[in-house]
Design a protein around this ligand. Structure first.
Ligand SMILES: Nc1ncnc2c1ncn2[C@@H]1O[C@H](COP(=O)(O)OP(=O)(O)OP(=O)(O)O)[C@@H](O)[C@H]1O
Length: 967
């Protein structure tokens, strides 16, 4: 193996040490290590679809606070994040076009090949989808790998499976495989031939090479093709943050004065600086500005996107002439650029970004001509070689395709209404796929572009367009009732046209501080929204009431919530009409919004239904939503429940008080509340007239926090004959509210279950007084069973299951993780990760306690069938459907089942002892914090257990855990 591995490393190093930046074959190769600038990569979301235009996403994402995200280094992509310990098999990395996905993959491989990182991996196989698309016949997995890496032929087929292998699949967005995860046959044999689609889906699901690591990269819109349950970590490349942008230019130029001039220039134009989030745009700017700043007669330095791209093309075409010294007639450039533009335009309309030879021929581009030009135009039109040397083409960045499409239309369409029609067409697009094209088309029509186009296309004259007419037309459109995203793009268009009058007016009002007193026109309100959205800084609190506005003005300011953390829209006369815009803001790519107050508005059921669509979206990070006093009835509850069930919901607090939900509404809502994806901790005041079974659901999901209880009690609506408040963390204070509620509503309840609470002596005294009160109908008070005394069981640790570095003592009741391996014999039940189980299998009711030391511990139960010999989630407690655990640290608790964490808002407060109560038949498993105050319920799992359960523990380095003697 070492020799073969060395050869593979050598080949990979040779392949990836240079980055061609479009200059596919000729040209000066740039060394990857010299230009590589660390990218801003975050742990990111769930891989959902976002159909917003990618440039719009960049503009919003650019304002995200850097501190609130977990950042990841490229080489650490397989290290578990967020306190997770389970090994990660599959990572999905999302990122918009040109953001650096391929460069990250290349840097990762290069660092491995140069033995700088990730040496635990024995082999890396880089299989870009661009190459996989070209594979037609059936292959076995081993054959496929040998195609890509001929050196592997020396291996016996099954030998390879013994090594740690990493597959890198770059560019899922370019994948032309059907990816039929549902219907593809399960495939386990690496030596049997099948279709590529079956091989790929089975690799992803883990049927083939389950111990291999997988890294998939994708543009966001295509990321949802992989079932989320197959992905263990999602990261997102956000491009460069502001300091990384500067670092990029500093690294790129040895002349630091030049680097400084370039940085100052891009910073002087907001549009350019925002675009520099995209590394490929940094590269375009670097090329253009380097040349212009070093030329003696550089003329105007580009300030708009259009000017930057036109300069870039001028530079590329003149590079061609220099290079071949052909003095190629510029008319040839013109013809060629127009052909490329035509290809760009027609495919942009269809959403195609990748072309094969056939696409070129169909667009009248001679393949040989294209390859001649590929030597000079490759920065524009990149030619890639697939596995079988078939050529695949694409524009270096989608924005170049958009620019060329605009150039083609500008030069070839002589219609007087061209610009108006283009504005109308772009406004019709739902996802804004023509937004940037429109910006370029308008930018090309300006006088400043005229001379540049003449230089580029060698045209004496270009058709004059009436810019003023276009400006007026756009301003008129801004007055209309368009979607907020399209309106914002129209402001970008005005910027390209050099007209910033609306924005400047609003800025003047803002600076004078008299904005709220002014009666702005609708267009000025949109300009205000644009200014607030484009501002450098994210708004901490956006309070709509501060802007005294008309109904229409409010509507136009709504998109600003995208750029704020807290949006106060309460008492703003909002109706259901605004909810679609709000939902769309919630859906936008990683908005910073965490708290949305919509209380006291006339949203009605329809409004909340519309809002729920945004709430359930995978991009929505909202934590607190207030819709109290919003005229809601049970009709909105189904939509809300379905949002609560959505896997991505971060919502912790939902205020629905003072609405007329009725029992039927609460019943619908409970279906969402009982779902394991629901993270809600506080639900205010929906507990009106709630039948006890729903109350049970709330309790079992640990929803009834102190606030909730108070609301519940004060709602004086405990119309229950049996009120179960067991394990609800009710303290003395809760008891005093409860007694006053019972007195004010003496008919109900008849029976009150307060077991597993902390009423204390004084709380119990208050309640007993109610029992004795003759006007009160309370007949039975269940005041807490001592579970410890009733169901305690004695456990012992099972040495046959112990990981080799776990040492047992105190009669197999204490386990410690040590540095040396223990002399345990081989055993089929022994774990290969730091875990151990107890001997006793549990089926009835049992209670036990465990005390842990050092940093962390994981305590729980598992079926016997949990994996033992694989370093995969199958074996790790809490990371599969066979086990349920509580993860304790000195600062927090979380519970895990089936790889899903739920964070518990209770502080350990110094306690290192945990109580576990299992009622196997009832299907409940409860974890308690044990402290001098008694038991505090941390979490209740509800499940239907099908097999006996074994207590199990994960012991961390230098930590120990002891089973406590009870009773
Ligand atoms: N980390 C980086 N350091 C320096 N330059 C970078 C970096 N990442 C990207 N670039 C520049 O941006 C260009 C585009 O990057 P890359 O090809 O990795 O984008 P991508 O995300 O794979 O895009 P696409 O989705 O279009 O394939 C590179 O050719 C390089 O010039």
């Amino acid at each position: 193996m070492p020799q073969c591995q060395r050869r593979i490393k050598c080949n990979l190093k040779e392949k990836f040490e240079r980055v061609f930046e479009g200059k596919a074959k000729e040209g000066q190769p740039t060394l990857l290590n010299e230009i590589y600038t660390e990218l801003y990569i975050t742990e990111g979301g769930t891989g959902g679809v976002n159909d917003e235009h990618e440039v719009t996403q960049i503009e919003t994402a650019s304002k995200k606070r850097l501190t609130e995200d977990t950042t990841v280094k490229c080489n650490d992509i397989f290290k578990p994040l967020s306190g997770r310990v389970a090994p990660i098999r599959t990572v999905l990395t999302k990122g918009v076009a040109g953001i650096g996905k391929t460069v990250s993959v290349e840097k990762f491989i290069l660092d491995w090949a140069e033995e700088k990182a990730n040496q635990h991996v024995h082999f890396i196989f880089a299989l870009p989808f661009r190459d996989l698309n070209l594979i037609k016949d059936q292959h076995s997995l081993i054959e496929l790998l040998c195609h890509f890496v001929p050196d592997l032929k020396t291996f016996e087929p099954n030998e390879l499976c013994r090594y740690k292998i990493l597959f890198i699949f770059d560019g899922l967005d370019e994948c032309r495989l059907p990816l039929d995860f549902q219907n593809n046959e399960s495939w386990f044999d690496v030596t049997k031939k099948t279709s590529l689609d079956v091989l790929f889906t089975n690799l992803i699901t883990g049927n083939l090479l389950p111990s291999a690591l997988l890294w998939i990269t994708s543009r966001p819109a295509a990321a949802n093709q992989i079932p989320p349950e197959c992905i263990h970590q999602v990261t997102e490349i956000r491009g460069f943050n502001d300091s990384q942008k500067e670092e990029y230019f500093r690294k790129r130029f040895s002349d630091q004065n030049l680097a400084c001039r370039i940085i100052t220039h891009v910073k002087s134009s907001r549009a350019l600086f925002i675009m520099c989030h995209i590394p490929v745009f940094c590269w375009i700017s670097a090329i253009v500005l380097e040349r212009l700043f070093t030329e003696t007669d550089s003329g105007d330095i580009p300030k708009t996107l259009t000017e930057m791209y036109t300069h870039f093309l001028i530079f590329q075409t003149s590079l061609k002439n220099d290079k071949y010294r052909l003095q190629t007639p510029v008319t040839l450039n013109r013809k060629f650029l127009l052909k490329l533009g035509k290809l760009a335009f027609h495919n942009l309309k269809k959403g195609n970004l990748i072309f094969y030879e056939q696409d070129l021929t169909e667009n009248d581009i001679d393949v040989t001509e294209a390859s001649v030009h590929s030597g000079v135009c490759t920065e524009v039109f990149k030619e890639e070689f697939g596995l079988y040397q078939d050529k695949v083409y694409c524009f270096v960045h989608l924005s170049i395709q958009e620019y060329l499409a605009a150039l083609y239309v500008f030069l070839s369409n002589s219609s007087a209404d061209l610009l108006k029609t283009a504005v109308d067409e772009a406004l019709e697009s739902k996802n804004g796929h023509l937004d940037l094209y429109l910006r370029f088309l308008l930018g090309l029509s300006t006088n400043s572009s005229k001379t540049l186009i003449q230089r580029l296309m060698a045209q004496k004259r270009t058709r004059s367009r009436d810019i003023n007419e276009s400006i007026q037309y756009i301003k008129k459109k801004i007055q209309e009732n368009l979607s907020p995203e399209r309106t914002i793009n129209l402001f970008h268009c005005l910027n390209e046209l050099g007209d910033n009058s609306l924005v400047e007016e609003v800025q003047r009002y803002l600076n004078s501080g008299s904005l709220s007193a002014k009666d702005l026109t609708p267009a000025q309100y949109s300009a205000l929204a644009f200014v607030l959205l484009m501002s450098d800084e994210e708004l901490d609190v956006f309070d709509l009431k501060k802007f005294i506005t008309s109904d229409e003005g409010r509507q136009r300011l709504l998109p600003v919530i995208k750029n704020s953390r807290t949006a106060l829209l309460n008492s703003c006369n909002l109706t259901e009409k605004c909810c679609e815009a709000l939902a769309s803001a919630l859906r936008s790519n990683s908005p910073p919004l965490r708290e949305l107050d919509l209380s006291d508005n006339d949203l009605q059921d329809l409004g909340v239904q519309l809002l729920s669509a945004g709430l359930g979206d995978s991009h929505c990070n909202l934590e607190i939503l207030r819709v109290d006093r919003c005229e809601l009835t049970e009709k909105c509850c189904e939509a809300l429940a379905s949002a609560l069930r959505s896997r991505s919901l971060y919502l912790r607090e939902l205020d629905l008080s003072d609405n007329d939900l009725q029992d039927s509404g609460v019943k619908l809502l409970s279906a969402g509340l009982g779902d394991s994806h629901c993270n809600l901790e506080i639900l205010r005041s929906v507990l009106l007239g709630i039948p006890y079974c729903y109350l049970e659901i709330l309790r079992s999901r640990n929803l009834i926090s102190a606030t909730c209880i108070r609301d519940l009690i004060l709602s004086k609506s405990l119309f229950l004959s049996l009120c179960r408040l067991s394990g609800c963390r009710i303290t003395e204070r809760g008891c005093s509210s409860l007694t006053s509620a019972l007195r004010s509503n003496p008919s109900y309840p008849r029976e009150l279950d307060l077991s597993y609470n902390h009423p204390g002596d004084s709380g119990m005294k208050l309640l007993s007084a109610v029992l004795e009160d003759s006007s009160c109908k309370l007949e039975k008070l269940n005041d807490g069973v001592e579970v410890g005394a009733l169901y305690s069981c004695q456990l012992t640790l099972d040495p046959n299951t112990a990981y080799m570095r776990l040492s047992l003592s105190e009669g197999n009741r204490k386990v410690t993780c040590v540095a040396e391996e223990q002399p345990y014999p081989d055993h089929p039940e022994r774990f290969i990760c730091c875990q151990i189980l107890c001997r006793e299998s549990l089926t009835g009711r049992c209670y036990w306690e465990a005390e842990w030391s050092a940093d962390r511990a994981r305590i729980g139960v598992t079926y016997k069938g949990i994996g033992r010999k694989e370093a995969s989630a199958d074996c790790v407690l809490g990371h599969n459907d066979k086990s349920w655990i509580l993860c304790c640290s000195p600062h927090s608790y979380s519970v895990w089942h089936n790889h899903k964490p739920t964070y518990i808002p209770i502080h350990p407060s110094g306690s290192r002892r945990v109580g576990v109560y299992l009622n196997w038949e009832a299907g409940t498993l409860s974890f308690y914090r044990v402290s001098s105050d008694g038991l505090t319920l941390l979490y209740n799992f509800s499940s239907s257990f099908t097999e006996p359960l074994y207590p199990g523990f994960y012991i961390y380095q230098n930590s120990s855990l002891s089973l406590s003697m009870l009773g």
